[in-house]
Design a protein around this ligand. Sequence first.
Ligand SMILES: Cc1cc2nc3c(=O)[nH]c(=O)nc-3n(C[C@H](O)[C@H](O)[C@H](O)COP(=O)(O)O)c2cc1C
Length: 489
Amino acid sequence: MDTLDRSVTPATGQRTDLREFLDKVDAAGQLLRIDGVDWDLEMGGVAEIVSHTRSESPAVLFDNIPGYPPGFRVLSAGTNSSKRVALAMNLPEPKTPMELVRAYRDRMKTHAPIPHRVVESGSVLENVDREDAVDLYKFPVPRVHEEDGGRYIGTHDLVIMRDPDSDWVNAGTYRVQVHDKDTVGIYISPGKHGRQIRDKHFERGLPCPVLISCGQHPVLTLAGNHDVKYGVTEFDYAGGHLGAPVQVIKSELYGLPMPADAEIVLEGEMYADKKAIEGPFGEFTGYYANPQAEQPIVKIRRVYYRNNPIITMAVPMRPPTDISYGKCIIKSAMIWDEVEKAGLSGVTGVWCHEAGIGRLFNVISIKQAYAGHAKQAAMLAANVQSGNYLGRFVVVVDDDVDPTDMFDVLWVMCTRCDPVADIDFMRNSWSSPLDPMLEKGAKQYANSRAIIDACRPFDRLKTFPKVARATPELLERVREKFGALLADI
Ligand SMILES: Cc1cc2nc3c(=O)[nH]c(=O)nc-3n(C[C@H](O)[C@H](O)[C@H](O)COP(=O)(O)O)c2cc1C
């Protein structure tokens, strides 16, 4: 029986319950329930068909998975629509994705992290398996692509670790492969916060304690897979969005915080000297660039889980994917916020295009106020924390261009950009083994960027050829007069 206090007060903190979120998604008509889909490849296939059909596609909840008890579920695409991102972040329902980007960035002007609050009880403690009782195969862990090296229990997850030099707890989304009933492997790219924390432990000859939350409320997942600043705990960042501290429970072995209403949380230690082959796994760029390699293993000694648990799944693949649209919305808002916090004025929009999966093709629009403004905007968009990792192209456009409209963006690249004068390059920038353009065995994971200025030249703003199109007044007049004839076009 659930005896939890569901109120949200500063004293108890904020519950973050995936199921309450799913009820709202269902009520909004955005939840597709499918029974009988196999964990082995079929869920990955359904996720691909749904996310390739249209953007703003529904979330998919898999139940009655063959070989598993009814109620042991897997969720795909939880936040892959603007409405669901708004629901997760407690923002008003937007009419357009840019409206949501603006609302998120507006909130960030006053957003401050709220420290998480430790509570004694929560639904994640409904079941606890210890030591020899641990068996990860009791959950319907999916194998999502045919070429994958195995089953991944963590894809839209949170890997929670504590910095050995401070109290800082980081919660990042890193993929987690099941090796056997109580062993997993985690892949963390060089430079990521979790990698830095892991390596600090290893350099001191210590195992690295870790919690892996395999299903949780999307506000936590969104915090986990976006570039929250070094030193800021993702739970606190999420609390800042919810307006109350996120409730956490201390884990039995290491006192690490787990979301009190998480669906499944694994606890164990990661070892520098115990490794197993991890991967390959389909990657967010749409390729298998990072070959199978040894990664440190985690011995799982505790599994905390709710009755009828839900694994939150992501299927990285050739985009669009079941997470790419939601990711683009948050990424765009974070870049907008960060370039403004760096002092830039005149930004009218930022949009990370889904073909670049929120990282590789980003557009910023500005109202130019001075010579060099456009270059400054593009360079900042490419270099703020949210915009830097594995980037490729940043395009800056004038404020008459909608950055979400690829046709418009390409039009001004074709007509306001002199490639020799207006494309600059950044070299030696933060990349990753996942970058398909890097040679296998590269000595360091750095790449180059094109910074494309597709704004009118500042000194020709007044004399640049006029755009040839009808005024809104003329169009309105024509619409009024011939609307009936044009209705079917
Ligand atoms: C679905 C999904 C899966 C991800 N998987 C990984 C991964 O396996 N390894 C990794 O280093 N980053 C992965 N990322 C990216 C990180 O989650 C992201 O860069 C995040 O900011 C990392 O947290 P950190 O900044 O605290 O290091 C993934 C992102 C998403 C959306």
